[in-house]
Design a protein around this ligand. Structure first.
Ligand code: Z2T
Length: 838
């Protein structure tokens, strides 16, 4: 605007001085205008879906206002920004979250009712963007919500996949994967930035030349693609701060067309273009086992290269010293997926801007920090040196250079150690295997100033086991940042009943930005009115889920039964199979009882939801087993409503918001030491479910805060696991053996398919299913006993919910900002001319 002169600038200010007001009629006019002008539909075919889109666009208009002001303020204040880089953002639906954060949910409800639509119906029109696998991607989205809410100058960076995580269908008990083309309908939230594009190079070779006695490297790539930015506004709660999630889409460039054209190969030119578009086509559906595929490495570099260029461009908007970079930029690497940003930044600094190696390294080191999300060794990313060299020859050289310096230092430090070469081999960024491989975690640890795990137990395992040598070498680098979840989505959006109770008894909404406040309601724990309201809220959530289950699965479930729920990715270490074995155990017990005895039992509905990676055979068999158990149990006239087994298809963020608030009991039963944190455990307890679980991940800290007497904790502790694993070939014990034999003989599903599940447990049982089984069924009996005493159950449930303050992602983000990023928040002033009142 400066270039247009003062007068124009003033006119623009005048025109844009006021925020859109929050009058009902303003909202209605905006919606109708979007129907007519943006969607080009008339008021006469104002159907539900058009209404959703128009309402969404009208909300986006508001977000753009605060988004623009926020970005302008960040630039003006020139404070340090944090860039959260993640190859996954499991955003879920946006409409309700945006309305709640803007404080406009009731206003929109009223406005829409008059034009013939229920707000809740419109929510269901929205697609659920699934640009992530599970915990890691959802964590990234919770973090953005908290970053915005706490007024931190932050950006999220990721990939705009055309296909998100597959849609799971259950056909005859088997998982069938369907492509999730979530962009088939317009995405009303994103803003395409056709002006924000970068060239991304691949392949080719590195040229060396000498300049003033220094060797210079020049990467001559042989492939170019374009990255184009799509911006997604992320509003904070109760603030005008609206931050940006920038997702990159790949596109072809024109440069190579001329080459191919000159060679007269038209179809070759088209093929090259399609290959470029293909990079951001599909999210890899493996959570935690890397696929090692070339396309995945392309995705990673594509996204890192575009992001680093964008960050550097923003940094260079003012004239700067490079040494200022760590004062203006913090980059958080969400696992090793964005690790190529490290050699990429070094390459830019050294090759493009001519910095000397040591200078570039010192800068880089202060900028990056790395979060680890798993201790499972098979989940650590490695890339074959051969592939790396073919795709990113200069980056491989840089990695070798980092390693050369690092190995020198390690060699000196352990000069007199007889194990010196073992230690070096262990810490090297290069695994001297066949084929040789680049160890991405080692690259991150060596090049970052901070490394963190995601729960206390996990962070300790990183220090003492997985990265013990690194911890010895860099003792101060290792930290813990226990995960959290956003109470805006996971309480306010998903549990109206409970939210109303909190607001009523606390006489304000403040608990939504300070979850510790709910603890003050412990004084009502014996108040009957309070208890009754809590009980009613849970019952209504159970009724909502029962309806959903009937619609999605065709199974009627009794709402006076205990809802016992396990939803998460299907994995052997998470032990959905242990849960399944318990279902069978319970079924056999019920069958063996007299009719009178049966009538005295606690009714239970067992629910399991989650996706298996398409190539993970054992996980798929577990899904089949659970469905087969359901077929038998649900159709047994002896059992009736006493027990139901339901597999909840296509578990995703939007179904989680219905499922989690309805749970009485939640299964958090991973083998101790395997689940880094878990985040559904937090969501469940916040919503009044009681944990049936092991001392693993964040369960440990949850029971620390809510009291171990308010959870059902069983099984081996982490210090016992190694010893028990050695003995895991031991026999199962008669009660468990009977269950094994039933599966092997075909009582539940085809034994040809399912007995391998049992046989592997009989042979090695690396996840201690056998060894934890009896302690598990004991705790399950205890849960029944407590459930029979509804008063006691309710108090446990309430106590859990009220003591979850620490597990708000606001707390987590605050800790990252203080301990790792050195980040200050930016106060967003209310626009002075605004008629808005929030
Ligand atoms: C993932 O969701 C998690 C770890 C991974 O390791 C990969 C993926 Cl996609 C590479 C999960 C952990 O399993 C879970 O315990 C944790 O709560 C979550 O990340 C967020 O930290």
């Amino acid at each position: 605007s400066a270039s247009r002169g003062e007068a124009t600038s003033e006119k623009l200010w005048e025109l844009m001085a006021e925020y859109i007001d929050t009058e009902k009629s303003t909202i209605q006019k905006a919606i109708v205008a979007h129907v007519e002008y943006t969607l080009a539909r008339t008021r006469f075919n104002f159907d539900k879906n058009s209404c959703f889109k128009a309402a969404a666009l009208s909300i986006r208009d508001r977000l753009i206002e605060s988004w623009n002001d926020t970005q302008q303020l960040f630039t003006a204040e020139d404070k340090k920004r944090v860039y959260y880089m993640s190859i996954e953002f499991l955003i879920g639906r946006s409409m309700q979250n945006a309305l709640i954060n803007l404080g406009l949910e009731d206003k929109y409800r009223e406005a829409l009712e008059e034009v013939g639509y229920k707000l809740e119906e419109l929510y269901d029109e929205e697609v659920d963007p699934g640009l992530g696998n599970g915990g890691l991607g959802r964590l990234a989205s919770c973090f953005l919500d908290s970053l915005a809410t706490l007024d931190y100058p932050a950006w999220g960076y990721g990939i705009r996949y055309d296909y998100g995580i597959f849609r799971q269908m259950i056909v005859k008990g088997y998982q069938v994967e369907m492509p999730d083309y979530w962009l088939a309908q317009m995405n009303p939230w994103e803003i395409e930035r056709s002006d924000v594009t970068y060239d991304i190079y691949f392949g080719g070779r590195v040229e060396k030349k000498w300049e003033n006695g220094i060797e210079k490297s020049n990467w001559i790539p042989n492939e170019i693609v374009k990255a184009i930015a799509y911006d997604n506004p992320i509003p904070g709660y109760d603030t005008f701060n609206t931050i940006n999630l920038r997702l990159w889409k790949s596109m072809p460039t024109n440069e190579f067309d001329f080459q191919s054209f000159n060679q007269g190969d038209y179809f070759k030119a088209i093929e090259t273009r399609q290959k470029a578009e293909y990079i951001t086509s599909v999210l890899y559906p493996n959570d935690s086992t890397p696929s090692g595929k070339e396309l995945r490495l392309r995705q990673q570099y594509f996204f890192c290269c575009a992001t680093i260029q964008d960050i550097i461009r923003r940094f260079l908007k003012k004239p700067r010293e490079w040494e200022e970079l760590p004062d203006k930029v913090a980059i958080q690497l969400n696992d090793t997926h964005p690790a190529i940003s490290i050699p990429e930044l070094l390459r830019v600094l050294v090759d493009k801007y001519g910095l000397e190696w040591q200078r570039a390294w010192n800068i880089c080191y202060k900028v990056f920090s790395y979060t680890n999300h798993t201790v499972m060794p098979e989940a650590l990313e490695k890339w074959s040196v051969e592939l790396f060299e073919r795709l990113l020859p200069r980056h491989l050289e840089i990695i070798y250079l980092i390693n050369f310096h690092f190995m020198n230092q390690v060699g000196q430090r352990y000069a007199n150690d007889p194990k010196k070469f073992d230690i070096m081999g262990y810490m090297s960024l290069i695994e001297e295997s066949r084929p040789k491989a680049v160890r991405m975690a080692n690259l991150c640890i060596v090049s970052s100033h901070a490394v963190n795990g995601v729960a206390a137990l996990h962070s300790n395992l990183l220090k003492t086991q997985l990265f013990a040598r690194f911890h010895e070498y860099f003792p101060k680098k290792f930290q813990n940042k226990t995960n959290g979840v956003t109470p805006r989505r996971w309480i306010k959006c998903s549990n109206k009943g409970l939210s109303d109770i909190y607001t009523k008894y606390l006489k304000s909404n403040n608990w939504l930005s300070d979850l510790y406040e709910t603890k003050n309601l412990m004084s009502y724990i014996d108040n009957e009115e309070f208890q009754e309201e809590f009980r009613q809220a849970k019952l209504q959530n159970k009724e909502r889920l029962a309806k959903w289950v009937e619609k999605e699965c065709g199974i009627k479930i009794p709402t006076d039964a205990m809802f016992d729920i396990m939803v998460k990715r299907i994995h052997e270490y998470k032990r959905q199979n242990l849960f399944a074995l318990y279902m069978i155990y319970r079924y056999f017990n019920l069958k063996a009882m007299t009719v009178d005895d049966r009538a005295k039992q606690v009714k239970r509905v067992f629910m399991v939801g989650g996706k298996a990676a398409p190539g993970y055979i054992a996980a798929k068999k577990i899904i089949k087993l659970i469905n087969s158990i359901g077929d038998v149990v649900n159709n047994d006239p002896d059992i009736g409503d006493l027990m139901k087994v339901v597999f909840l298809p296509n578990y995703c963020v939007s179904s989680a918001q219905i499922i989690i608030p309805a749970a009485d009991l939640t299964e958090q039963i991973s083998t101790a030491g395997t689940e880094a944190s878990g985040t559904s455990n937090m969501k469940f307890v916040m919503n009044g479910a009681i944990i049936m679980g092991t001392m693993d991940g964040a369960n440990v800290e949850i029971v620390e805060d809510i009291g171990i007497q308010n959870a059902f904790i069983f099984g081996a502790r982490v210090h016992e696991v190694d010893r028990l694993r050695v003995q895991s070939g031991a026999p199962a014990g008669s009660r468990l053996q009977r269950i094994f034999d039933a599966i092997k003989s075909g009582t539940f599903g085809n034994p040809k398919e399912l007995s391998s599940l049992v046989e592997s447990l009989e042979q090695h049982d690396i996840y201690l299913v056998k060894s934890d089984f009896y302690s598990y069924i004991e705790k399950q009996e205890e849960a029944d006993a407590v459930y029979k005493n509804q008063d006691r159950w309710l108090k446990m449930s309430i106590t859990g919910a009220l003591n979850m303050g620490r597990f708000s992602s606001d707390r987590t983000i605050h800790e990252y900002a203080e301990d790792i990023w050195d980040l200050e928040s930016v106060e967003i002033p209310k626009p002075s001319l605004s008629a808005i009142s929030r």
